[in-house]
Design a protein around this ligand. Structure first.
Ligand SMILES: Cc1ncc(COP(=O)(O)O)c(C=O)c1O
Length: 448
């Protein structure tokens, strides 16, 4: 190290910092003047204008600083400017990206004027949980300690998961639904300006999570069958990428990536990028070339596998999910996790559900059989389906047909998921329920 040379460079940086401070002072004065002009306007913050400023800056920047750094610097300048303009009228302002969030609506669960609906809109398990979960004595026992906080780290449930899946308990982190574990990843690794990669038609929460942490969504293009490919994923990687969220199988399209494809992505991905493999529907997949991914955690420190009790285990109402990752990442996620984020009742019931493997196998078998039958019946009435590996069918038609079918089914008391919020107004997602529910659906469809 050449100390003299270092001193010269540092002095140069000091001079530049002084110039930046001068420029900031000048900017603050102009911003204050603009604030005076805004006196009669109710909303001081103009998000569209800010976005335009940011887009221009990003286009013009020649600095070596990465895109995310530039976004962070300018978001701070926006925030500081707003503070100046609001000095006489304190206002509740959100963090910039929060304003962009469209609240998650989910599938409809009721229909006006209809008491008994068939709900095929949220990919729940129509059969319910294992009968053992519903046994009175089990519920009574699980609730008897409700006056106490739950086990702080869900040790018993984590041990059970570890033994069922042959994995390490200390690398499991529990969440209030797998939704929460997806959020943990972003909270732990992302900040303003970072980029999060997810499928163009991936699970809706990914783009919401990106906005919560101030990150930008980079969308993976899909092929004509709505499948993402190794290259279409890696094409989106940039120096600002922090996380890739990939539902495998994907909701709502039902497509999946094979073991070899996941391996290829992980081998080619820079090791500082976290790959979140969302296995919400993993239990349902029967394809030979699909892998649950647990063994990948031993090879790759940067992978997080998320799983849920909401789907195949039929415990959506108890809000319980978990993730499995390297020791290093698990330690980080545990810092973000609230101490009692999962309830004792949920933990107890999940343990019972895990012990009833026979029931789970039956659910998976039923799903496959009913899905095959339902899709073959749809084919007979010329409704096109995309191969789907989850507990749902993805159908494609015209926008008008999708609206008409959804409305007609709703009139008959059957709720399916319209996909406008996924940018797929020409498609519907229909959860595979019981045979009786799907027979009723086919019967209703034949009446159109
Ligand atoms: C792909 C995917 N991931 C995660 C979730 C969230 O599930 P939960 O929070 O109930 O575990 C869902 C729910 O529909 C989903 O479809």
């Amino acid at each position: 190290m050449d100390i003299k040379q270092l001193d010269v460079l540092r002095n140069n940086v000091n001079d530049l910092d002084d110039k930046i401070l001068d420029l900031l002072r000048e900017r603050a004065e102009i911003v204050t003047e603009i604030g005076k002009q805004k006196k009669s306007i109710s909303n001081i913050v103009d998000y569209d204008r800010e976005q335009k400023v940011l887009d221009r800056i990003l286009q013009n920047t020649k600095a070596k600083y990465s895109k995310d750094s530039i976004v962070r610097i300018w978001r701070e300048i926006f925030q500081a400017s707003t503070k100046l303009q609001e000095i006489d009228r304190p206002t509740i302002d959100t963090k910039r990206s929060i304003n962009l969030i469209n609240i998650y609506k989910g599938g409809k669960s009721s229909l006006k004027g209809k008491d008994n609906v068939i709900k095929l809109s949220s990919n729940e398990n129509s059969y319910g949980p294992s009968p053992k979960v519903l046994e009175k004595k089990n519920i009574k026992e699980a609730l008897s300690n409700s006056h106490r906080y739950p086990n702080i780290d869900g040790a018993q449930l984590r041990d059970k998961l570890a033994s069922v899946h042959n994995i390490n308990a200390n690398q499991i982190v529990l969440g209030c639904g797998s939704d929460e574990t997806l959020l943990f990843a972003a909270l732990a690794f992302c900040q303003d300006g970072d980029e999060i990669i997810h499928a163009e038609h991936g699970f809706e929460m990914y783009s919401i999570i990106a906005k919560i942490v101030g990150a930008t969504s980079k969308l993976i293009k899909e092929d004509q069958n709505y499948k993402v490919t190794v290259n279409s994923i890696l094409d989106q990687v940039s120096p600002s990428t922090k996380i890739i969220y990939l539902a495998n199988p994907n909701n709502p399209t039902g497509t999946y990536l094979a073991r070899s494809e996941i391996n290829e992505i992980l081998n080619k991905l820079p090791k500082n990028i976290i790959m979140v493999l969302d296995g919400a529907y993993a239990e349902y997949v029967t394809k030979e070339d699909y892998d649950n991914g647990f063994s990948l955690v031993d090879q790759f420190e940067n992978i997080i596998l998320t799983r849920t009790f909401s789907k195949a285990y039929g415990l959506a109402g108890l809000r319980l999910g978990w993730c499995y990752t390297s020791k290093k990442v698990a330690t980080i996620l545990n810092k973000v996790k609230g101490p009692f984020n999962t309830q004792s009742l949920s933990q107890e019931m999940a343990i019972i559900a895990l012990e009833d493997k026979e029931y789970l196998d039956q659910i998976v078998k039923n799903n496959q059989e009913v899905k095959d039958w339902f899709e073959s019946e749809l084919k007979k009435i010329n409704i096109k389906t995309n191969p789907s590996e989850g507990n749902f069918t993805f159908v494609e038609m015209t926008k008008e047909e999708a609206k008409n079918i959804s409305t007609h089914l709703a009139n008959m008391g059957i709720i399916v998921r319209e996909l406008d919020s996924y940018g797929l107004p020409n498609c519907l997602r229909i959860t595979v329920g019981t045979k009786k529910e799907m027979e009723a659906t086919i019967h209703a469809l034949k009446q159109i």
